[in-house]
Each structure stands twice: as C-alpha cells, then as structure tokens.
Ligand binder design. Structure first.
Ligand SMILES: [Zn+2]
Length: 254
C-alpha cells in the first residue's frame, strides 16, 4: 500500500469515526427500507463517509432531518458498496424539496417551432452538479407495482454521467467492455419494450422505455429493491448488472 493510499484510508476512517450513525436511527432506516442489506457491514460505515462528504440543502420550509439524510445516504450507498463512492464523480450537493417540483421544459421541433411544457419531477441528477430529490418521493410507499426508487434512480444517473454523456454506459475499463455493455443493455431494453408493448407485467417501471439511460436507471432500481423479481424476469440483464455492481442481491434475500 502506498503512502497516499494509506493516508486516504486513514482519513476515511477518521471521517467515519466522526460521523457515527446512532443505533436507533440505523435500525429505523433498515426497517423503513427493507431492501437494505442489514447484514452488510460496509453499508453503515459508507453512509457515515457519505454524510461526512456531502452537503444537504433543504429548499423553502424543508429542514433536512438526520433521518432524511440517513435515508438518502443508505440508498445512495447501496449501489456502490463494492465500487466505492468515487464512482459518483465530483457531485457533492443534495438539494431536497418537500414535494413534487415542476420544471419548465422547452424543445424546438424539425420545423423550428418551439414547444414549452411543464414536467413534474421526483428528482434530477445534473452533470457535475447536485442531485435534486423530493422528500415525498424518497419517502414513498411501495404499492406493489413496478419498483420506484428515486434515490437509486438519480444516483445511477450520476454513475452514467461520470464518464461524460447520459447514454446508459457507466465508466468501464475499455472500449471493448463499453461495447459489450451497450449491446447487452440494448438487447434487454428491446425485450423490455416488447413486454411493455404486450402489456405484460414487469418489475421495471415503464418510464424505462424513454431512453437507454433511463432504462439503466429503472432496471437498477429493480435490481436493488426487488432483485429476485428482476432475476426471474430477465436473467441476462440481472447478470449484467450483477457483474457491473459486483453484487448479487437476489442471492442474499430471504
Ligand atoms: Zn431518470
């Protein structure tokens, strides 16, 4: 281990020690989000590191409580348990709104006509910038339909953005790995679009039909929140995500 690596490890240990998560709050977070792996020792210490290195901003009347911050931290750390927080790039801010945010949108069509509309948002990830989340969406209760998890969704976008464009391709070792990733994900996207077109049930939210980067985000939500359902629905997609995240969540679920 080099001096720099040792120094970084020592610094991380100090940050973790300075930001312990109280037992009661940790237990409540695990109970509130039952897909979090309670027996995974890295999760709690990574959450402390996340809280030590991120800045939360509440918008308007919203005061970000410890419970809110830990809820976000735990779900944001889950995808990167094996990869480390570095894969999220330089983004450090988390902007929280109480409820739904309406964003003005504008687009110019092929005839030069400008179209404007308003889009309701549960969250948004900006390249190099903060992640915006609405507490209503973070605190949302699963209604048994396709998986919805705004924290995992937006943080997967950060991974996607870490190597440039929002194109559904995360940072990978080389061009060959990127091509294999793109081919595999595109095939899974086609299978998913087919299922949606035939109105077959899916654990993946049909928002994923919009673009490949959205499919990567919603498929990852299903991978972490309902891994057994995703493995049963599309074993090849499950295997691709398991290989990238270096996790096999379906194997550990009761
Ligand atoms: Zn998205």
């Amino acid at each position: 281990m080099s001096w720099l690596t040792r120094w970084q490890a020592w610094r991380e240990q100090r940050l973790i020690a300075k930001h312990p998560i109280p037992d009661a709050l940790w237990a409540a977070t695990l109970a509130r989000f039952p897909f979090l792996p309670a027996d995974e020792p890295r999760l709690r210490s990574m959450c402390s590191l996340f809280l030590a290195t991120r800045e939360f901003h509440g918008v308007g009347e919203l005061q970000v409580s410890d419970a809110m911050a830990v809820a976000v931290a735990a779900q944001a750390c889950l995808p990167v348990l094996a990869l480390g927080l570095g894969v999220y790039g330089r983004s450090r801010g988390i902007v929280m709104h109480a409820g739904e945010v309406v964003a003005p949108r504008e687009d110019v069509d092929d005839f030069g006509v400008v179209h404007t509309w308003e889009e309701p948002l549960a969250g948004e990830a900006m390249p190099g910038g903060p992640v915006m989340l609405t507490w209503d969406a973070v605190d949302w209760n699963d209604d048994g339909g396709p998986v919805f998890n705004v924290v995992i969704h937006e943080f997967i976008h950060l991974i996607d953005l870490a190597n440039g464009e929002a194109d559904g391709i995360p940072p990978l070792p080389d061009a060959d790995a990127m091509r294999r990733w793109h081919d595999g994900l595109t095939l899974a996207w086609d299978r998913f679009a087919d299922r949606v077109a035939h109105r077959e049930p899916s654990c993946i939210d049909d928002y994923g039909t919009r673009a490949l980067d959205e499919f990567f985000a919603v498929a990852s939500e299903a991978f972490f929140v309902d891994p057994r359902a995703l493995r049963a629905e599309d074993p090849a997609l499950y295997a691709q995500l398991a290989g990238f995240f270096r996790q096999d969540p379906a194997a550990h679920r009761p």
